[in-house]
Design a protein around this ligand. Structure first.
Ligand code: GUN
Length: 296
């Protein structure tokens, strides 16, 4: 059965639109998300424009700051400062990856944790690990929402996560091993140095593929009934497609789908949920700042 990220993200967005209307009817402004895009990488352009479009759909304000690929780190940090200090903006994301001459960690550290709706700041990552309320990075948060809304049993299951990135694999492993629902999984985090990878994947009840290699997971690597969450979105050249490429997940969908009990498609799966979760975080940032204003 398909885990329909489009359908569920539309539900989440409809719920968020209701919250926007509540704010407006109380005389308060809607949440506002700012995105900084450095350079003109095709995939990053697509992601950022989807995020801005989603804001417009549900009545959030949005600001897109475009900077050239050769922008100095200093100028980028100054743009972040300006948004950090702008009371009309609740959430700020800097689309990754950044050009090589810019230190990504320095940039991530510069966004104030209160506006870090990507959940990349060390303070927010630390809170995530401790299980404290925080901004959970959008892709893992969206996946948890998808598992929850499809009522997928996770307690006691063996979950295998492929990929240990800061953005997806590592927080995903953390969230799924928590004492929560979804959660309570026994988690194995596999990566490029894992030996006998297929032995792990074949024992997975839930498999989260987040390694960024098109169609890496094949049918022989999974057991019958597996729940498959495919985080990969790789552009693969295709002369028959008008765009010149097709999008492929980390899972060879056509052969793995028949063995799975649930599986996310690419596109229309995790990507949609990432955007919905980012919007949820942005609403949370707005509500947090209203609360801070009330008590100060
Ligand atoms: N690059 C890939 N995924 C993400 C994301 O969730 N947020 C940002 N800022 N950059 C990304």
């Amino acid at each position: 059965m398909l885990l329909d990220g489009k359908k569920i993200s539309d539900e989440v967005k409809a719920e968020l639109a209701v919250e926007v209307n509540k704010l407006i009817s109380s005389g308060l402004r809607a949440p506002h998300l700012a995105a900084i895009l450095v350079g003109n990488d095709g995939a990053s352009e697509t992601y950022v424009s989807s995020k801005v479009k989603a804001c417009e759909q549900i009545g959030f304000g949005s600001t897109l700051v475009r900077l050239p690929a050769d922008v100095s780190e200093e100028r980028l940090l100054a743009e972040i400062d300006a948004i950090n200090n702008n009371d009309e903006i609740d959430g700020l994301i800097v689309q990754l990856p950044l050009p090589k001459h810019i230190n990504e960690q320095k940039v991530t550290d510069h966004v104030v944790p209160e506006k870090d709706v990507d959940g990349f700041h060390p303070v927010n990552v630390g809170k995530l690990v401790l299980g404290l309320p925080t901004f959970v990075s959008a892709t893992p948060k969206g996946i948890m929402e998808l598992l929850k809304r499809y009522n997928i049993e996770t307690s006691g299951k063996h979950c295998v996560v492929l990929g240990r990135s800061n953005i997806v694999g590592t927080p995903m492993a953390n969230l799924l091993s928590r004492n929560s629902n979804p959660g309570n999984c026994t988690v194995t985090l596999c990566h490029s140095r894992t030996k006998n990878l297929a032995e792990f994947t074949r024992s997975a009840d839930i498999l989260v593929a987040a390694l960024g290699k098109a169609e890496f997971v094949t049918a022989d690597m999974v057991k019958d009934g597996v729940v498959v969450i495919d985080v990969g979105i790789t552009r693969v050249d295709d002369v028959n497609n008008p765009r010149g490429y097709v999008l492929k997940g980390d899972v060879a969908f056509d052969e793995v789908e028949p063995k799975s009990s649930f599986i996310t498609p690419v596109p229309g799966g995790v990507g949609r949920m990432t955007i919905a979760a980012l919007l949820q975080n942005t609403l949370q940032a707005r509500l947090n700042s209203l609360q801070t204003q009330l008590i100060s």
